[in-house]
Design a protein around this ligand. Structure first.
Ligand code: PMP
Length: 341
């Protein structure tokens, strides 16, 4: 293999699986992490940005200088900005005014135009980032709105890449797939592919405490009392995304901010893998799942590590931030009682 590419987009996908050797020691299964931070934009969102933009190109919706619009300050924004640079498109992102200056600077460094919109207005308020993005997309000729929560190409990106990669990398031996769900695209697309190969593979979604996804999976209704603010970024939601195929998911696990933060730091210290906040969340989800489900030595578990820890240096990896949250003094990972709830 030469590893020589025509441009940065050639590096998207084909991310490695890495065996976890210490943090999941108590589980008898073999556990592999799929390191989506090895994408060139350092997250799984590179896959959907490229897939959705190339699908629009195939439909003839884009020409040189066209505009790609999305409402995100997170990983999807970085990925769209990167793809837009290579393909010669304008990237416009509508973000909330809660977004850290650091993130806005990152997006601008990748050439994005960033509209900062008030967070404390209703989604249908013309000033909200949803409405601003929709208006820009409607008024800009030759533009597309990525709309990742309601775009079936988000699922398709993972059906065509992440799922097949996991199947090949485990030589069809995978028994459990576990991932955090935000839009739901990563887990749904991968699950759709893997269940076609082997319907017995267990698909486990990890939801945030404060989000409605787990409750909706169990009851088919939105339980408004489930909704409360939480710190983990990129997972959980207060609406039901159509990119989340609930019928492909066997079970949801709900994790909290504190345990997920400590777990993220533990993974860095014990495995040398510096992942984002949802990297800790997914491992926490697996460990909670293992308290009620038996694994055998033959089981092969794949956990998706969605992004890189460098984006969280002032958050979970900061002692000051952990102290501000009231997380720092607790030995929660070793507290059986907290761990099992
Ligand atoms: N973790 C992080 C850090 C993310 O940015 C996202 C995407 N929102 C996810 C997990 C969940 O991925 P998906 O949207 O495909 O469900």
């Amino acid at each position: 293999m030469t590893h020589v590419y025509g441009n940065i987009l050639g590096l998207i996908g084909h991310t490695p699986l890495v065996k976890l050797n210490r943090v999941t020691n108590d589980i008898s299964a073999t556990v592999y992490a799929k390191l989506e931070s090895c994408n060139p934009g350092h997250s799984t969102k590179d896959r959907i940005a490229l897939h959705i933009i190339e699908a629009a190109e195939k439909k003839g919706l884009l020409k040189h200088g066209s505009t790609i619009v999305e409402t995100t300050s997170g990983n999807t924004g970085f990925s769209i900005a990167m793809v837009s640079i290579i393909k010669g498109y304008q990237c416009i992102l509508a973000v909330s005014d809660k977004t850290k200056a650091e993130k806005i600077a990152y997006l601008k460094a990748l050439g994005a135009t960033v509209y900062i919109c008030p967070a404390n207005v209703a989604p249908d308020d013309p000033r909200s980032y949803y409405e601003v993005a929709k208006k820009i997309a409607a008024e800009t000729p030759d533009s597309i709105y990525i709309n990742q929560y309601f775009n079936e190409l988000n699922i398709d990106a993972h059906y065509q890449s992440t799922g097949p990669e996991i199947w090949e990398q485990t030589e069809g031996k995978i028994t459990h797939l576990i991932a955090c769900t935000g839009t739901g695209g990563t887990l749904s697309g991968s699950a759709k592919f893997l269940k076609e190969k082997n319907p017995d593979i267990k698909i486990i979604g990890v939801d945030a405490s404060g989000s409605i996804l787990k409750g909706f999976h169990e009851t088919g209704t939105i339980n408004h009392s489930d909704i409360h603010p939480y710190q983990i970024e990129g997972m959980g939601k207060n609406l039901i995304p159509s990119a989340l195929l609930f019928d492909k998911i066997d079970e949801f696990i709900r994790v909290n901010d504190e345990l997920s933060a400590h777990r993220t730091r533990e993974i860095a210290l014990k495995e040398g893998i510096m992942g984002g906040y949802t990297t800790g969340a997914v491992v926490q989800g697996l460990l909670q799942y293992a308290t009620t489900h038996e694994f055998s030595k033959e089981d092969v578990v794949v956990v998706i590590f969605p992004d890189h820890g460098s984006r969280y240096i002032t958050k979970v990896y900061s002692d000051e931030w952990m102290t501000e949250q009231g997380f720092m003094n607790n030995d929660v990972l070793n507290d059986e009682k907290v761990f099992k709830t």
